[in-house]
Every structure is written in structure tokens, then in C-alpha cells.
Design a protein around this ligand. Structure first.
Ligand SMILES: [Zn+2]
Length: 803
């Protein structure tokens, strides 16, 4: 039965008819070999057709015997043919999907999903990172694999690898007979050695790829046909490359490169002869020959491999003897740790995953994000990230805080839940006991933290992000650039001033009375009322023009402007147009929401807004009024280059280009004017380019924010404690500079040497000198003048006070 089954490869008449369905028959390269096993049968049949000769009884007996033999042969051939046809049909069905299943190119690509980024200088796509899955494996190409390693496997596993047709007929037949005999005798008797060794490297590869580990005889048949098909489609080198990259080693290791890293802390191409033999030894039985746990067994097996190599003429006797004496030198335990444990993703990679994984989860209908993550990482996707590796690196340098720009500012506070988060340490007395507060809560020490994020405001692409100070210790930890914080005065330009200009409620040099909007109950003095809002330090200025009110960050004037624009308009603009979804709507929470002046103008928010949202909103000040959805990637591609997913980006003209131009000029004042809140920080010009921006400080100095916009990028910097605590009034002047200094250090590295660029300027905007006393257009008699920027239909009149 089995022997007849082997004639099937020769029965190409049937198989070629069906060749669309049988990938293994489409290539006739193997026909001569495949036909070979059928030939002895053909010659037997020819022998049986010899003409009879007249003769004796004996002859008659022989004649009858001959008849019998002929009949039996015919019957045998018929049964064999039927069996062969049935078997052919089975094989056709069982291997129908093999073209996909056994696509070695696909296997290589689907190994690891790669994340690419465009090089800062050349714009070329380069590999930025790979994620590490549970199984440690790294593909190495044929050219990197040492010949000794290939030979070690051939000597041990498959001596006729270079010449056979995918399976070994003699050994397969022997194994089959052995199996039948063993079954008949109840497993007590075997004719030949064992089933072991019957598998060629091709067959082992197929087992690794397909996971087809059924123990029935049909599996063996499927495997043989698949092996033949594999040899038809791929060269022995390709098959060996795939095999060496998929073999199982100890633990979660797979492939010779991962093995070389793990055991010897080497690249596979640097392995010596003994180490090559070691890898081949482990594969035979990863538990028994584990070099770490069973070094003696391992060395015995390794030396057997070397002996096999010598016996097959692959190495000389001297080499055999020399390397058999070579000690087993395993990588240091600590070095093993670094290669076997997942390496840390950059803050950018984590943030990109935060954006990508929910999209994959939704697209594939996965129940958990873990499934989506695993799927993403094992499809051999190419993910094109928006990160600029150089900018990311420069931002990471600044946020490492090795120069103490951000201070640590340790303070002791009560810990409500008794759980100490990352960056929190319990306060202990000299005996090492927890110290409690007067409220009987454990005390802990907390330190300041920070975050920074940069967008390219021409397209919304995130170029760099860092979500915390100091070294990043783990993957997928919370990223402060993506978490809400109080934004303080950085909110003022987004809603109040922008829409004030757009709605013609005010203009660049418009004069406003510095006065509160309303009276509210004074919590410090029950029963009394107080002014709201009040300026920083309760300062009162009498009258002030818009450009100066913005530069000095007054509270009163933008609230009055917002009052004329309308809360609904501002909220809709920020929440819907600018996609600031951290803002809480009244529908979400009727009593604690952000639909009011204090959150929308002064940045005293219910939950806060994220630095990412802030950077997203500030794009319009640098690019002529457009909001682009911030994105961390552009496309995710299948290994064949087809698009799996594209980042959805909406581009909205949030402000007219005229208003955006006026706002751009207004935002020069905080950084460039002598009265600006960021004056003296040295950031009005970086790399020869103009910088605009806005500072933000929240109530009781709990958070500091800075928004910096260059002609290329918008960057948000946040600085504060993870849980809001005052950073100290007497330290305010120092603290307020922290985000600006960090921005300056980072932006200087990024912008220096970059091609000069100016902000866009809408030529419909009217640029005229105005009177600094009245805010109206300057005449010849005005005592002091400055340049202002106006919408063409909202230019102030000539100053009548002096002219
Ligand atoms: Zn004047």
C-alpha cells in the first residue's frame, strides 16, 4: 500500500489535469525523479507479459502459477490504481492551500512588524523600531549564516539535504514499513531503526510552519507531498534559511540568531565551529541538551555533532579535535537578561501604539487590546511612523533632565490610597517605619515631572513626544503628554482672542478697561463678594490694549472678550473644531463641566487638556489657521506593500488665514516684547527663525505650561507634579521659566541649521502703525507708535486724541 502510494508522484497524468489545484504539480522540474519509483513496477509488468511456451505438467503448474501471478498482478495494479487515485484526491484536498501556507517569503516578512521613520536629514525611510513578542526571534538572511552552522545541521539532521527531493524515499519507506509492523505487533517489534531520522530538513520546516503534528499516517503523506512541493518552488538555500530561522530552541527562543544572542551573546555570523555545533545540538532536544541547565549532556551532544561533521568530510580531524576540547562559554547571566527581556519602547513608539491598537482592535473586531497588539506585532506589517528620530532623540535628551533644568522639587504629601506609584517614595523614620500625617495618612515624597510633544503644523504629524522626566523604565506606561493637565493661560489665545478677532469683537491694538466681568462669593470671607476674574497678583492696570493684555497674560480682558464672543461659540470651537475632547460637556456632567469662562479662557479645567490637544490647537497659529488631526503614523502596510490601514486625518480651516495671521503676530508679544511673560528667555528667535508662543501658570502654581511655535513645528511643554500640588509661590519665578528653558534647549537643537522659513502671512491683513496711548491708527502727532495687524474690515480709526 505504502509502496504503491509512492508511485503517485509518477502519476502526473492525473495530477497535471488538475494542476491549478495542485501547486506541487505545476512545476515539472521534478518529473524525472518523481517517475523513478514507478519504473520497477513497469518492468515487472513487462516481465509478466512473457509469452507462454508449451510444456509438461510442471509447465502447466507453472503456467497456472504464471496465470495466477498475472491475475494477481493485474488485481494488484487495479487496487493500487484505485488507491492511488483516492490518495491523489486526498492529497489534492489536503495540500490545496499550501501555496499560501508554505510561502517562505511571506514567512520571513511576517516575522516581525517593523516600524519605519523618515530620516531627519535625507528623508529616507529607515527602521525606527521593532516590538518584541513573547517568542524571541530575529530573522537572519542566508548570507549571514555561517557555513559551519549549515553543515552542523546537515550532518546531524539530513545528510543528503543538498541532493534529495524534499523527502528521503528509502528512509520514509523504512519508517512506513516499520510503523506497519510495529502496529501489527503491538509496538513490540520494529523491522528498521526507528521513525526518528525519517524527516528531512524540508519536512521539519513544514512541521514548524504548518504546526501539523497529527500522528496519523496521513500526516506523513501530506508532509511528503508538501516537501516535494517546497523543493519545486524553492532552492535548497531558501529552504535551509527558513529552517534555521524557525527552529525551536530552549524557552521562547526560535531561530539561530536568537539562539546565538541568547547563548553566546553573539551575532550568528560570529559563531565559532563549536558554537555552531552547540546550536545544532540543542535543536535535537532543547530540554535534554540545554547548555545552561545540562552543560555536560550538552557538550557530549555537541561533540557528537562535531564527529558527524568530521565523518562527512565537512571538517578535518584536527578541527574536530580542537573544537571538541573547546570549553562551553555561555553568555553572562546578566547579558542574557538584556537580550531575553523586552527592551523599552521609546515614548514615541508607545504613543503610536496607543493610537494604532484601538484602530486595529476595531477593524479586526478583537475583544481585547492585547489581542490587537499581538495581531499587529505578528503580521509582518510595515508601520510608517511620523516620528523624526533626530527630534525624538533631542527631546529625550532634554527630558532626561540630567542637567536639572526641571529640578526634582521633592515635597512630602499625604498618600490617600496607600499605594506608591512610580516616582513616589514613602516617608520613613530612622527606624524605617512609615511616617503618618496628622490625618493619620501615610506620607510620601513626590517630585516634579514633565512632558513635551512636537507636531509638524503643516500636516499634524507628531514628530517627537516624551511623557516623563528621567529614564523611561518600562513599556506602555502612562504618558504625561497624552494625559490631561491644567493648561492655565495657554488657553486664552485659543478661544477668547482668536474668535474675538474673527468675530470683529476686538482687534490687535483695541483698548480695553481692565475690570472684572462679575462679582462672585468670596470663599475666604463668607458673606462677602469679590471681583472675578482678577489678574495675577491682583494687579490692576486701568486700561490696556489687546496685544499687551495677551503679552502680559491679563485675566480680565480676555474674559470680557469671551463674554462678547459667547461661551457656546468658544466651547464648540474648542471641543468640536479643534477636537479638544478632554473638555467636559454639560451633557456629560451638568454640574462639573468646562462650558464656562474659567475653564475656557483661564484654563481652570474640570479634568484638564492634554499637551497633545494643546499642540493640536496651536497648529493654526503657525500654519495659517488650519487644524490637522494629530497623528503618530501615516500607513500600516502588508508585507506585500498593500495598505492595511491609513491614518485618518481631517484638515479643517479653523480660523481664516487673515485671523490666523493676526493671531500669529499677537503671539509674538509673550516671547518677544519687553513686557511679555516669557521675555528674557531668549526664545524670541531660535536658529534664526521667529518663535511665537504663550506661557501658562495655574492656580497656586500647580502646573506650568509653555506653547512654542516655530515656522515648522508646534511644541507643548508641561511641568508639574503628577497629582496637583503647589510648587511654591517663592519658587514661582524659577518654576515659570522651566518649560521655556526646556523648550529653548530642545528647539535650538532641532531648528539650528534647518533651512530658514517664515510664518505664512496673509497679504489681505493690514499692517499699520498705531498709537500706543489710544490703540487707534497713529497720526503724525501721536507720541508713541507700534506696528499692528488688522483684518481689512476691522482697522481702527485715526487717533483723534493727538491728531
Ligand atoms: Zn495717538
Amino acid at each position: 500500500m505504502w509502496v504503491q502510494g509512492r508511485t503517485i508522484p509518477g502519476r502526473l497524468v492525473y495530477m497535471q489535469k488538475e494542476k491549478e489545484a495542485i501547486p506541487i504539480a505545476t512545476n515539472d522540474k521534478r518529473q524525472p525523479q518523481a517517475k523513478a519509483p514507478g519504473q520497477p513496477h513497469a518492468s515487472k509488468r513487462r516481465g509478466s507479459k512473457k509469452k507462454r511456451t508449451p510444456g509438461s505438467v510442471a509447465k502447466s503448474i507453472f503456467l497456472n502459477l504464471g496465470k495466477f501471478i498475472v491475475i494477481m498482478c493485474c488485481v494488484g495494479v487495479m487496487i493500487g490504481s484505485v488507491a492511488a487515485v483516492l490518495l491523489s484526491q486526498y492529497v489534492v484536498n489536503a495540500t490545496a492551500n499550501d501555496a499560501d501556507l508554505l510561502n517562505l517569503d511571506q514567512i520571513k516578512l511576517s516575522y516581525t512588524t517593523r516600524f519605519l521613520a523618515q530620516d531627519h536629514d535625507t528623508g529616507e525611510w529607515v527602521e525606527y523600531t521593532r516590538l518584541y513578542s513573547d517568542q524571541q526571534r530575529t530573522w537572519v538572511d542566508w548570507g549571514e549564516i555561517p557555513e559551519d552552522l549549515v553543515n552542523a545541521f546537515i550532518a546531524t539532521e539530513d545528510q543528503s539535504f543538498w541532493t534529495h527531493m524534499g523527502f528521503n524515499p528509502t528512509r520514509t519507506a523504512a519508517a512506513a514499513v516499520n510503523m506497519v509492523v510495529s502496529k501489527i505487533t503491538g509496538g513490540t517489534f520494529g523491522l528498521f531503526d526507528t521513525m526518528q531520522g525519517a524527516s528531512t530538513i524540508d519536512q521539519q520546516l513544514i512541521k514548524n510552519i504548518t504546526g501539523d503534528n497529527e500522528t496519523d499516517p496521513l500526516r506523513k503523506i501530506r508532509e511528503v507531498f508538501r516537501a516535494i512541493g517546497l523543493r519545486n518552488r524553492y532552492s535548497p538555500e531558501q529552504i535551509m534559511e527558513a529552517y534555521l530561522n524557525t527552529i525551536s530552541l530552549t524557552g521562547q527562543l526560535a531561530g539561530v540568531e536568537a539562539g546565538a544572542n541568547q547563548y553566546f551573546n553573539k551575532h550568528v555570523s560570529d559563531l565559532n565551529l563549536a558554537e555552531c555545533a552547540s546550536i545544532a545540538a540543542i535543536t535535537k532536544n532543547p530540554t535534554k541538551y540545554n547548555p545552561a541547565t545540562n552543560p555536560e549532556e550538552h557538550i557530549l551532544r555537541r561533540n557528537t555533532v562535531l564527529r558527524f561533521m568530521y565523518e562527512q568530510g565537512m571538517i578535518t580531524e584536527e578541527e574536530k579535535n580542537e573544537w571538541q576540547a573547546y570549553p562551553l562559554v555561555l553568555a553572562e547571566e546578566q547579558e542574557q537578561e538584556t537580550v531575553t527581556h523586552t527592551s523599552n519602547n521609546s515614548w514615541f513608539t508607545d504613543a503610536a501604539l496607543d493610537q494604532i491598537i484601538p484602530l486595529v482592535q476595531e477593524k479586526e473586531g478583537f475583544e481585547t487590546s492585547a489581542e490587537a497588539y499581538n495581531f499587529l506585532n505578528t503580521q509582518g506589517f510595515v508601520v510608517r511612523l511620523t516620528v523624526d528620530p533626530f527630534m525624538q532623540q533631542e527631546m529625550e535628551k532634554v527630558m532626561l533632565n540630567s542637567d536639572g533644568t526641571f529640578y526634582p522639587r521633592p515635597i512630602q504629601v499625604e498618600d490617600a490610597d496607600g499605594v506608591f506609584q512610580d516616582g513616589e517614595t514613602p516617608v520613613l523614620d530612622e527606624n524605617g517605619n512609615q511616617v503618618y500625617s496628622s490625618n493619620n495618612l501615610p506620607l510620601k515624597t513626590i517630585t516634579t515631572n514633565g512632558a513635551m510633544i512636537t507636531l509638524d503644523h503643516s500636516n499634524g504629524q507628531v514628530k517627537a513626544v516624551v511623557g516623563g522626566l528621567g529614564e523611561k523604565k518600562a513599556d506602555r506606561i502612562s504618558n504625561r503628554a497624552l494625559q490631561p493637565h491644567q493648561s492655565g493661560s495657554t488657553m486664552k489665545p485659543i478661544g477668547a482672542y482668536s474668535l474675538g478677532i474673527e468675530y470683529r469683537v476686538t482687534h490687535y491694538s483695541d483698548m480695553w478697561q481692565d475690570e472684572p466681568l462679575k462679582q462672585i462669593p468670596d470663599e475666604e470671607h463668607p458673606g462677602q463678594m469679590k471681583d472675578w476674574p482678577q489678574n495675577y497678583g491682583r494687579a490692576k492696570y486701568g486700561q490696556m490694549q489687546v496685544y499687551m493684555a495677551l503679552g502680559r497674560s491679563l485675566n480680565t480682558i480676555p474674559v470680557q472678550i469671551a463674554n462678547l464672543v459667547g461661551i457656546d461659540n468658544i466651547f464648540t470651537f474648542m471641543h468640536d473644531t479643534l477636537n479638544m475632547s478632554s473638555l467636559v460637556t454639560s451633557a456629560e456632567d451638568a454640574s462639573h463641566n468646562d462650558e464656562d469662562f474659567s475653564p475656557l479662557v483661564l484654563g481652570n479645567l474640570t479634568n484638564g487638556v492634554t499637551p497633545l490637544e494643546m499642540a493640536g490647537a496651536y497648529q493654526m497659529f503657525g500654519n495659517g489657521g488650519v487644524y490637522h488631526t494629530p497623528t503618530f503614523f501615516t500607513t500600516i502596510e502588508y508585507p506585500n506593500g498593500e495598505i492595511y490601514m491609513q491614518a485618518e486625518s481631517t484638515d479643517v480651516q479653523a480660523l481664516t488665514t487673515e485671523t490666523a495671521t493676526v493671531m500669529n503676530r499677537l503671539l509674538r508679544n509673550p516671547v518677544a516684547a519687553s513686557f511679555g511673560t516669557a521675555a528674557g528667555s531668549g526664545i524670541s528667535s531660535i536658529g534664526g527663525m521667529e518663535i511665537i508662543g504663550k506661557t501658562g501658570t495655574t492656580q497656586d502654581w500647580k502646573d506650568y505650561m509653555f506653547m512654542g511655535v516655530s515656522p515648522y513645528y508646534v511644541t507643548a511643554v508641561w511641568y508639574g507634579y503628577d497629582e496637583p500640588h503647589s510648587m511654591g509661590g517663592n519658587l514661582n519665578a524659577q518654576n515659570s521659566k522651566v518649560p521655556q528653558i526646556a523648550y529653548k534647549n530642545y528647539a535650538t537643537a532641532v531648528l539650528t541649521g534647518k533651512e530658514h522659513k517664515d510664518f505664512p502671512y496673509d497679504s489681505d491683513v493690514v499692517s499699520q502703525r498705531f498709537c500706543t496711548e489710544t490703540g487707534d491708527l497713529a497720526g503724525p502727532n501721536c507720541p508713541g507708535t507700534e506696528v499692528g495687524y488688522y483684518l481689512a474690515d476691522n482697522v481702527p480709526a485715526l487717533c483723534s486724541a493727538h491728531n
